[in-house]
Design a protein. Sequence first.
Length: 320
Amino acid sequence: MNLTILIPAYNEENTIGDVIDLIPKDFPKIKKTTIIVVDDGSTDKTSQIAKSKNAFIIKHSSNQGVGKSFQDGLAKAIALQSDILVTIDADGQFNPKEIPKLIQPIINKSADFVIGSRFIGESQTPKNMSRIKIWGNKRMASLISWFTKYRFKDVACGFRAYGQEAMLQLNLFGKFTYTQETLLDLAYKGLNIIEVPVNVKYFKNRKSRIANNVLSYALKTLNIIFLTIKNYKPLKFFGISGIIIFTAGLICDIFVFSHFLKTGSFTPYKIIGFLGAFLNANGIVIFFIGVLADLIDKVRVTQEKILYFEKKKYYRNEEN
């Protein structure tokens, strides 16, 4: 099997060399290992150091986000006929020596996608991780678990392993981050996803480049999640929204007509009646947008299946 290790990096000259050095030289049942560093517009010596360690470099001219870095690395991994893709951060928080633990379920064919989890068991709660980040991660995990009907403990960890099926079926659009979007995409497609415990080091004086502002990170992540849900469950997304808006309008209607039956006049609540009619109309329109979007979604699913088979054909042709 061919293994590709993908390291997105942005100004990580102090740690990228150590991360690459700690990657084991040999893995059981792995014929070839390739290290890809996606330099996301670094202004330091990240690329030079990674290149000196025999890593393949993908260089962005400007900072485009870890989501775009992952997409570019994924495309290269497919072009290299990789059977397994592992992603790991460039800042040294994760231990590369735990990579065998991540890839073993894929080698054993017991999983298509393996997530490193920082929160399996109380003893796994990372030291020096702020309480607000722990709380936010757990709330996000609960939200995605509810949407997907899977049970996830950690949905933001960047230490992961993807089997060939997961790589070929992934279709991503978010540039800011990819961790939640990949989960939603592969969960909705019915792939076998498991979590394994991993260790992580949080440095007291280091600020996350992705989540340095918790509120901004949460809003951007929620935006990606809801856009993904809208794309994969449009009837539910628009249908529920339409029903909620229509119901709000119906409440206004009932209130105004109740007043009319009691007094014989709509005054002084005419504006509430107009608001109710407006909400009713919009609720109905949004509901039917959901019906139309559901029909379009069936076209999207068909196109994704065609794209999947094209990727598989490309993969096999490259291998031959």
